[in-house]
Design a protein around this ligand. Structure first.
Ligand SMILES: Cc1cc2nc3c(=O)[nH]c(=O)nc-3n(C[C@H](O)[C@H](O)[C@H](O)COP(=O)(O)OP(=O)(O)OC[C@H]3O[C@@H](n4cnc5c(N)ncnc54)[C@H](O)[C@@H]3O)c2cc1C
Length: 397
């Protein structure tokens, strides 16, 4: 009997992981990527245990080992003077949550996934080919692919929309628009030897200031430092402006002028910045329609304040692999995926949003927050993330 055939739109982290999970579950996979070249750009990613466990199961984590770093802790600091408000130790991540907490470059993760995909006979990856239409029937899906000026047709047993924030596939599920969150993320990576020694420690630093926060952590064996500055900004991008663009260092200098000198020195060490207007959407009521399913940013785009966008896409992929391996009835299996993922993904979306408001407090509210953080202690800090990071049985949720 021929294996079932999945068509996937988008070869980002979500699409690549889904292709791997389905191939391991005995599926044939056609993976179509709109971009002509799979760009190995981007910046740092924090990979929490709920995601690293899945990559380990897929045999990908071992290839990331030379590039990934395990931060010893997340340190929360006050913008004004750099005082440590709280420290969440991460050296016990494996014991507590069942897998490591890692920091790595997105390009390294993408490369490792592409290599794993290339080793699977059952996966065909075509770049420069966009999913441009589809129809879901009782027995399968018919998918139109735009390959330059040529239109091709692909028949499959299901279509997975892994096509990101501006998903084409999602348009058939709802007609919501991307909403600007009022915040922009400024990202850069800096050669470690250009950064003050105190900023190169193997830990993730989260600085909290009024209407802004700053995250930095080392990457690639400590040779690079990844920096993300997130600021409230009063500008209104249109739907087609949610792309990254070069950022002016002067803007950041002005916005962080009253921050502790260590933070300002770090920002000054950057050779260039790219800024992203951060887009947000509300959780939706379904991820599945007939034989079509959404995953990753296409299903549940989220603000990056819990560092979970890629992790949740990886969880989606894992659950899809699980339900489709067992289910003969594809539509029912996809509904099983939806049931397993809808509430959790919505919770992570909402918590990420809530986190944003807490991070950017000012005045007396910030004082209260800082006092509460100081009182927490490491065990209570860790316990706050158990629901999110626990890797044991991600698929059973
Ligand atoms: C500042 C910032 C920091 C972040 N930090 C973290 C972090 O630390 N940890 C974490 O887990 N996440 C983080 N994220 C989120 C994470 O980067 C994304 O959530 C994740 O990459 C989404 O993966 P995806 O595969 O769903 O979508 P994408 O990576 O967007 O991939 C979608 C792919 O689909 C392709 N495509 C689009 N349309 C079509 C079409 N019609 N046909 C075929 N292909 C198509 C696109 O070209 C693209 O390659 C961060 C995000 C930001 C902005």
């Amino acid at each position: 009997m021929n294996p079932p055939h999945a068509v996937i739109a988008g070869a980002g982290i979500g699409g690549l992981c889904t292709a791997l999970c389905l191939a391991r579950a005995g599926w044939r996979v056609s993976l179509f990527e709109k971009a002509k070249v799979l760009d190995e750009t981007g910046a740092g990613l924090q990979l929490s245990p709920n995601a690293s466990a899945i990559l380990r199961r897929l045999g990908v984590l071992v290839h990331l080992a030379p590039f990934a770093l395990a931060p010893e802790a997340i340190k929360i600091r006050r913008a004004r003077d750099g005082a440590t408000l709280a420290r969440m130790p991460l050296d016990g991540a494996e014991a507590r949550w069942g897998a490591p907490y890692l920091a790595l470059h997105r390009a390294d993760l993408q490369r490792a996934l592409l290599e794993a995909v290339a080793h699977e006979d059952g996966i065909r990856l075509q770049a420069g080919a966009a999913v441009a239409g589809f129809a879901s029937g009782k027995d399968g899906v018919a998918v139109a692919i735009a390959h330059g000026a040529v239109r091709l047709k692909e028949a499959g047993d299901c279509l997975i929309g892994a096509d990101g924030l501006r998903s084409f596939v999602r348009q058939r599920f709802c007609d919501d628009h991307l909403r600007f969150s009022g915040r922009t993320a400024w990202r850069t990576t800096i050669e470690a030897d250009r950064v003050p020694a105190a900023m190169r420690r193997q830990e993730t630093n989260l600085w909290l200031g009024r209407k802004a926060h700053l995250v930095h952590y080392p990457l690639r064996g400590g040779t690079l430092v990844n920096v993300v500055a997130i600021v409230d900004e009063d500008f209104r991008p249109d739907d087609d402006e949610f792309w990254s663009s070069p950022g002016e260092a002067k803007f950041l200098e002005a916005r962080f002028a009253r921050w502790d000198k260590t933070a300002r020195d770090l920002l000054r060490a950057a050779a260039e910045w790219r800024k992203w207007p951060l887009a947000d959407r509300d959780p939706i009521a379904r991820f599945v329609s007939g034989r079509v399913a959404l995953i990753g940013d296409a299903a549940h785009p989220m603000l990056p304040f819990l560092a979970q966008g890629a992790a949740q896409a990886i969880e989606d992929a894992s659950v899809l692999g699980e339900v489709l391996a067992h289910g003969k009835n594809i539509e029912a299996s996809l509904l099983g995926y939806q049931e397993a993922r809808l509430a959790r993904a919505a919770r992570v979306q909402k918590e990420s949003r809530r986190q944003a408001a807490i991070y950017h407090l000012g005045g007396p509210a910030a004082l209260l927050r800082d006092t509460a953080l100081r009182a927490l202690g490491p065990e209570k800090m860790l316990a706050r993330y158990d629901w999110l990071y626990d890797a044991r049985d991600v698929n059973a949720r």
